[in-house]
Design a protein around this ligand. Structure first.
Ligand code: ADP
Ligand code: MG
Length: 151
C-alpha cells in the first residue's frame, strides 16, 4: 500500500489539486473520500469534477446521496453519510462497475459495497485554511496517477 501526502493552504489550492487528479481519472475509477465534517471533501469533489470536464456546478449531495453529472465520462458524486450503519444497498455495484467515475464521501459507511481496487483520499484539517491530503492505493493504476501528481 503506497501513500502520498500533500498540503494545501486554501480551498482553491485543494480544488486545483483535485482538478489535476480528475484529469487523470478514467472510466470505472472509484475514489473514496474521508475526513471530518468541513475537512473539504465536497470542495475536493468540485475540483475533481472540473478535471473530468463537468461544467455544471457540483454541490453537496447530502440529501440525495447520489448525484450524477456528465463530463468526458459520467461522474457520480455520492455522500453516504446518511447511510451510517444501515447496510442499505442503493444499487452500488451498478455505479462501481459502470462506465463512470465514482467519488464517495464517507465511504467507510458502505465499506462492504466498495470495490477492491480504489483510490483512498483522506483530508485532515490542520488549521482554518490548511489541509493535509493523503492518497493511498494498492493498485498500480492509481499508483501511477499518484506518481504523476507528485512530479
Ligand atoms: P466536507 O465536504 O468535508 O464536509 P466542505 O468541502 O463542504 O467539507 O467544506 C470545507 C470548508 O473548508 C469550506 O468552507 C472551505 O472553504 C474551507 N477550507 C478552508 N481551507 C481549505 C482547504 N485548504 N481545502 C479545502 N477546504 C478549505
Ligand atoms: Mg461534503
Amino acid at each position: 500500500m503506497a501513500a502520498y501526502t500533500w498540503t494545501t493552504t486554501s480551498p482553491d489550492e485543494t480544488m486545483q489539486f483535485a482538478e489535476r487528479l480528475g484529469e487523470q481519472l478514467e472510466s470505472g475509477d472509484v475514489c473514496t473520500l474521508e475526513g471530518d465534517l468541513g475537512a473539504g471533501k465536497t470542495t475536493f469533489t468540485k475540483g475533481l469534477g472540473k478535471g473530468l470536464g463537468v461544467k455544471r456546478t457540483i454541490n453537496s449531495p447530502t440529501f440525495t446521496i447520489i448525484k450524477e453529472y456528465q463530463g468526458r465520462v459520467p461522474f457520480y458524486h455520492m455522500d453516504v453519510y446518511r447511510l451510517e450503519d444501515s447496510e442499505e444497498d442503493l444499487g452500488f455495484d451498478e455505479y462501481f462497475e459502470g462506465e463512470g467515475v465514482c467519488v464517495v464521501e464517507w465511504a467507510h459507511f458502505i465499506e462492504s459495497f466498495l470495490p477492491e481496487e480504489r483510490l483512498a483520499i483522506h483530508i485532515a484539517y490542520e488549521s482554518d485554511v490548511e489541509r493535509t491530503i493523503t492518497l493511498e492505493t494498492n493498485s498500480e493504476h492509481f499508483d501511477a496517477i499518484c506518481k504523476e501528481l507528485t512530479s
